[in-house]
Design a binder for this molecule. Structure first.
Ligand code: SF4
Length: 296
């Protein structure tokens, strides 16, 4: 007797960070995603991770206790936890930056947060959640949303905290791309287009709200499909070209980049890839995010 085993389809996945890398510079995408080259810990990125953790913990407290003092009190224990779990961060303090300066910089960002939002008046529906959905029966879109607010009337607001020290205008397009990516995933998961996409710039103490609509997100979906096809083409041809821009100033790989006189390492041979599996177009549920670094 022959037993037929149904073959499970496996799908590649794309996150907003990796999609943003390819859009910014295909070679940057290659270094991060194909070569998987390590990057030196960056003070802004690590501080961003710390602040995201503090704001997440803050919303564990009863609403009335979510004060600036409570948030500040969370910085030290969260920093101790991060140092224990992520040994590389001690490498931050070799080039003149002291730990005290680093921690006080984090406290200053909290000041920026309280200048634009009052967490005592907010009750987020979700925080630091991994979201994913299947796009076009060919690609999993996956990312971590900092916060999802749901109004009593059902409107959704996707919130992203930005903590980086880089000039804001250099990253604005990338940040909006990331939020539209989340908006598309949330729309697919909840059947409702988010009313507001909110960027909270902690360093500048500013909020940028953006309202997407179905038509725009449908166009954005087509853009993502085209982007994924470009990534697949570049992978098949092993052709990831440098695209110099202002963002090169924040790239860890200048030494290896031909645009700066460097030579990339040999293209790595394909390794055993184990993409996440999905068996149909049913949206995958919202799930708690794994702890780890987040984009600043
Ligand atoms: S230095 Fe600039 S051009 Fe070169 S890989 Fe990095 S981002 Fe791309």
């Amino acid at each position: 007797m022959t037993v037929e085993v149904a073959e499970e389809r496996v799908f590649p996945s794309l996150s907003p960070s990796r999609a943003g890398d390819f859009k910014t510079c295909p070679l940057l995408y290659r270094f991060r995603t194909v070569d998987r080259l390590p990057e030196k810990p960056n003070a802004d990125a690590v501080r961003g991770t710390l602040i995201h953790a503090v704001l997440d913990r803050l919303f564990d407290l009863p609403a009335a206790d979510r004060t600036p003092g409570s948030a500040e009190a969370l910085v030290e224990p969260e920093w101790v936890r991060m140092r224990e779990e992520w040994a590389e961060v001690t490498g931050l303090f070799t080039d003149g930056l002291t730990e005290e300066e680093f921690v006080s910089g984090a406290r200053a960002l909290l000041g920026g947060y309280f200048a634009v939002e009052d967490p005592r008046r907010l009750e987020p529906a979700e925080r630091e959640i991994m979201v994913e959905t299947l796009l076009g029966d060919e690609l999993i879109l996956r990312g971590i949303i900092d916060r999802l607010d749901v109004a009593p009337t059902g409107e959704l607001r996707v919130v992203d905290y930005k903590t980086g020290g880089a000039p804001r205008e250099a990253f604005e397009a990338r940040a909006l791309f990331q939020l539209k990516f989340y908006a598309l995933v949330v729309w697919r998961l909840r059947g409702r287009v988010p009313q507001v996409l909110r960027l909270v710039y902690l360093k500048d103490a500013e909020v940028c709200d953006y309202t997407p609509d179905e038509e725009e997100l449908t166009r954005f979906e087509r853009t993502l499909v085209a982007l994924w096809q470009a990534i697949e083409r570049a992978t098949a041809e092993r052709d990831f070209r440098p695209r110099p821009s202002r963002l090169c100033g924040w790239c860890s790989y200048q030494d290896l980049c031909p645009a700066y006189g460097g030579t990339p390492p040999p293209y790595p041979e394909p390794r055993e890839r184990q993409p996440r599996q999905a068996t149909g177009s049913t949206p995958i549920e919202l799930t708690p995010a794994e702890p780890g670094p987040v984009s600043a």
